[in-house]
Design a protein around this ligand. Structure first.
Ligand code: NAP
Ligand code: 8YV
Length: 311
């Protein structure tokens, strides 16, 4: 059985399946991780990790015979696939299996934000409905234009669901996708100008770092809503807090933050914000499927087969 290193705790279903198929080494259980790696590092041929953790350099350099990094999550911000390619290491991620869950939470956040579902719930629980009367009127999605920044696997499923809510879809990315039926914008600022809603679902990368900032929010305007389900790193959070506080955009729903699990505290006091602790893919079904794919990629590789979802 091939030796596989698990860097941080993973779902019990993943650990169980790994243990059935491989000799598993749990770095997170080691009292002295450095000594542990020195003793088993040269035997390790596979790593199971997440896109947030990757394989930090101090671990990588103790794994001279590493062949494959199987990562949990579709985003792989902490992994440099080019560097791995140069070292002859295969990288896999978990696309597709989380796409529907992600699209669901995106639409859920949009409805929660414009219909003020969390606030109305709190209003009723506090007894205000009986004491003060009806909750103030809210806004709706129907007829609005949604600009999708990143029309990839998840973006396309968000687009389908937004159309079911009778919204118009436009999109922005580096490349026009001629077979998609939606108007294309090469520039996110230009797209924000025509959008009532801006949904960001681009990967975190040097190219997208804080790409959403003052110019985008000014283009979105005081009636515009912003939703980030991609990566916190793509947003200038200081500017976001400012535009929300000053009412320069109507509101924001955020599932991802630059310094998770921390978020700018100023957001907690704002009424025009819905917050979600990076739980886009966090359903039992989807997380199980992601973990299963982590294991299946390792099994395929060590059976001499092509991996299922290479990066
Ligand atoms: P995908 O299929 O690769 O789609 C990414 C899209 O972003 C592509 O359409 C791509 O289009 C666009 N894009 C990439 N780099 C860009 C850039 N520099 N500027 C503008 N557009 C760019 O990936 P996916 O499966 O939809 O996942 C997208 C991301 O969602 C992941 O990378 C991850 O960060 C995030 N995510 C978050 C959660 C969560 O729990 N909140 C869960 C899953 C995924 P072009 O190539 O044309 O630019
Ligand atoms: C996960 C994600 O929560 O897939 C991604 O890119 O952000 C989420 O699905 C995360 O990666 C789990 O580590």
């Amino acid at each position: 059985m091939a030796d596989v290193l698990v860097i941080k705790p993973m779902l019990p279903s993943v650990i169980e399946a790994l243990e059935e198929n491989f000799t598993v080494h749990k770095l997170y259980e080691a009292d002295d991780p450095s000594a542990f790696l020195t003793s088993i590092g040269s035997r390790v041929r596979g790593v199971a990790t997440s896109g947030h953790t990757g394989v930090p350099p101090e671990i990588m350099h103790k794994l001279p015979n590493l062949e494959i990094v199987s990562s949990f999550g579709v985003g792989y911000d902490a992994i440099d696939p080019e560097d791995c390619r140069r070292r002859g290491i295969i990288v896999t991620n978990t696309p597709d299996v989380l796409t529907d869950a992600m699209a669901e939470i995106t639409l859920g956040l949009m409805i929660a934000l414009c219909r003020k579902i969390p606030q109305a719930d709190a209003y009723m629980r506090a007894g205000h409905w009986t004491a003060k009367g009806n909750y103030p009127l809210t806004s709706e999605l129907t007829g609005k234009t949604v600009g999708i920044f990143g029309l990839g696997r998840i973006g396309k499923e968000v687009a389908r669901r937004a159309q079911a809510f009778k919204m118009q879809v436009v999109y922005c990315g580096r490349n026009e996708q001629p077979y998609e039926p939606y108007p294309y914008f090469a520039d996110v600022v230009e797209m924000a100008k025509v959008s009532d809603w801006l949904i960001s679902i681009v990967p975190g990368s040097a190219a997208t770092d804080r790409i959403i900032g003052r110019r985008v929010f000014d283009a979105l305007g005081p009636d515009g809503y912003f939703v980030n389900v991609g990566r916190g790193s793509t947003v200038d959070e200081e500017e976001l807090v400012k535009v929300l506080t000053e009412g320069r955009i109507a509101g924001a729903a955020l599932d991802v933050f630059e310094d998770e699990p921390n978020a700018p505290e100023a957001l907690f006091a704002l009424d025009n914000v819905v917050l979600s602790p990076h739980q886009g893919s966090a359903t039992r079904k989807t997380r199980w499927a992601m973990g299963d794919l982590v294991v299946r990629n390792l099994k395929a590789h060590f059976a001499g087969l092509p991996v299922i979802t290479p990066v």
